[in-house]
Design a protein around this ligand. Structure first.
Ligand SMILES: [Zn+2]
Ligand SMILES: [Zn+2]
Length: 457
């Protein structure tokens, strides 16, 4: 084997697994590297499995008359949005020498400090990276989980390891990338999401949506999976496959969430899953505890065109005090029906849902305090911070409000240090297990925080 290879192609293809159409270099160049053994090609589909996304569901495949192989060719519908993987389209991966890293010294530049709860978790992250093991960071909403990663990432960079932070949501990529770029100014942070410009960057630190991981192959020494319980990651097996595929065999894996699912919670309690909790927020105030308020048959009341009186009273009180609030509803249909009733109380009351084309503008208006009360579906259950709000859930017994959803919703209250308090009210027509679990989840975290001296009572 000669040592003549293209360093650009090396940077582009290392740790990736791509279709030829995704590689912006001439076919002859790829062919040359294939012959010299710097690149390998493997079939995109094998035995009804898509090698890019791991899809095995028969109904997620289809056939088409293929111009390339002149046959009826099978392709994967599951990852079609990233270009068609079919029986005759190989995936290319770099197998030549790894590109050199140029990291010198300690790249972390950060003046902030960690709370004692963050500090404990930060040390565990560092240890997991050093020993290439797995750990779950179970951090309450508002704990400040990003800062907990800084030391660990720094350690990994010093060891010339390649790190990826994967999250189900593009919003989170857009928020995290500049924050990390700021504290690691000497390296180039790559932000990957549908349509991003950073596809060509070979970076020691990549922030990516879980979807974009389909394009990687044994790339990362450290993988940090944010919001491991969030839709769609938790439901979509192929995203979990993508995360595994993108990671090296001996990688360190860090999971982050405020709300691990029931199985994971049980594994933590039985000592089967290594984890560390951050039970307190960075501002050292306890988490607001949900109040349960019975409001009778609210569906019937709304059908008659009335807001159930405990809910109306609650709303009027916020309007009178001039305190902003979020009101969560179980579905869009109900929200659309009830919005006019609320608007009779105040014309400025607005509503938002996932398919709302004005979603961003409405959230921004709420942030600017131009909207007194915002009705919402579970779309705002995570990821948003309004500094001084009260929150209500209407129909908290509805199946959509799982333990995790209710804990996340409760986590919207009291997030800022200036306004660490606020109320969270579950209006219901009968308690559910999920409601009780959410309640004990939150009180348990406060209890632990208190015992560990992490909150100022
Ligand atoms: Zn696929
Ligand atoms: Zn074909």
């Amino acid at each position: 084997m000669t040592t003549t290879y293209s360093p650009e192609l090396q940077l582009f293809l290392t740790g990736r697994s791509l279709l030829q159409t995704e590689i912006p270099y001439p076919e002859e160049l790829i062919q040359h590297h294939l012959e010299k053994g710097y690149i390998t090609s493997s079939p995109g589909l094998t035995k009804q499995t898509c090698e890019r996304c791991g899809n095995t569901a028969a109904h997620r495949f289809a056939s088409f008359p293929c111009a390339n192989c002149q046959k009826s060719c099978t392709y994967c519908r599951n990852c079609i949005m990233m270009g068609r993987v079919s029986t005759c389209t190989p995936l290319y991966t770099w197998i030549g020498p790894a590109p050199p890293f140029k990291i010198k010294g300690s790249p972390l530049v950060w003046e902030g400090s960690l709370s004692p709860g963050q500090q404990t978790a930060s040390e565990k992250v560092k240890a997991a990276i050093q020993t290439k093991s797995e750990i779950l960071i179970w951090a309450v909403c508002g704990a400040g989980k990003t800062e907990v990663l800084f030391e660990g990432i720094n350690e990994a960079l010093k060891q010339n390891l390649r790190i990826c932070i994967a999250t189900p949501r593009t919003d989170v990529v857009l928020e995290l990338a500049p924050r990390l770029q700021k504290v690691f100014p000497s390296i180039q942070v790559a932000a990957l999401y549908g349509g991003s410009e950073d596809r060509h960057i070979f970076s020691p630190l990549t922030i990516s949506t879980t979807h974009q991981l389909f394009r990687f192959n044994k790339a990362f020494d450290v993988i940090i999976v944010d919001e491991v319980d969030a839709f769609p990651y938790s439901y979509d097996k192929t995203l979990q496959f993508a995360t595994k595929k993108a990671t090296k065999k001996s990688a360190a894996t860090i999971y982050l969430t405020a709300t691990p699912n029931e199985k994971w919670q049980a594994e933590c309690k039985n000592g089967k899953r290594p984890y560390v909790t951050i039970p307190a927020r960075f501002h050292r105030h306890p988490l607001p505890i949900p109040e349960f308020t019975w409001c009778g048959n609210w569906k019937k009341a709304f059908e008659k065109g009335k807001i159930p009186s405990p809910i109306e009273k609650w709303t009027q009180e916020r309007l009178r005090q001039g305190k902003q609030a979020l009101i969560f509803l179980p579905n869009i249909k109900l929200m659309k029906k009830t919005a006019p009733y609320f608007q009779k109380l105040h014309t400025g009351i607005d509503s938002v849902h996932a398919e709302d084309p004005d979603r961003k503008a409405k959230v921004e208006k709420m942030r600017k305090k131009e909207t007194p009360i915002l009705l919402t579906t579970t779309i705002l259950e995570r990821g948003v911070t309004f500094p001084n709000i009260d929150v209500a859930v209407i129909g908290a017994e509805d199946g959509i409000f799982t333990e995790s959803a209710l804990v996340q919703i409760s986590g919207r209250v009291g997030r800022s240090a200036q306004h660490p308090n606020g109320t969270i009210t579950f209006f219901h027509y009968g308690r559910t297990k999920a409601m009780n679990k959410a309640y004990s989840h939150i009180t348990q975290m406060n209890k632990e925080a208190n015992e560990r001296g992490l909150i100022d009572a």
